[in-house]
Design a protein around this ligand. Structure first.
Ligand SMILES: [Zn+2]
Length: 90
């Protein structure tokens, strides 16, 4: 997935920042995290829309329950939010 350059300063020094916190455990005692992610410009600190969801830690290859998603999916959504905002500003 590619980032559009920053619409405010033109920089392509963008990074994905993420946060997570423990919100509980599922029925199999796997930790459930609330994971949020957004893209940020390192130069002018502009920020894209935050994407978030619940992730299961150490879920291995098991199929995910409906309420859960993956960090990769949330990160892709954050990049999509950033790119959409860039297109709106330009
Ligand atoms: Zn910028």
């Amino acid at each position: 997935m590619n980032y559009e350059p920053c619409p405010f300063c033109g920089s392509d020094k963008l990074k994905l920042t993420s946060k997570h916190r423990l919100v509980g455990y599922n029925g199999m005692d796997m930790p459930v995290h609330a994971y949020t992610c957004s893209v940020r410009c390192n130069v002018c600190h502009a920020r894209g829309g935050t994407a978030g969801g619940k992730t299961l830690v150490r879920y291995g290859g098991l199929p995910l329950p409906e309420w859960a998603t993956t960090r990769e999916a949330i990160e892709a959504m954050a990049i999509e939010n950033w790119n959409r905002r860039v297109r709106r500003v330009c």
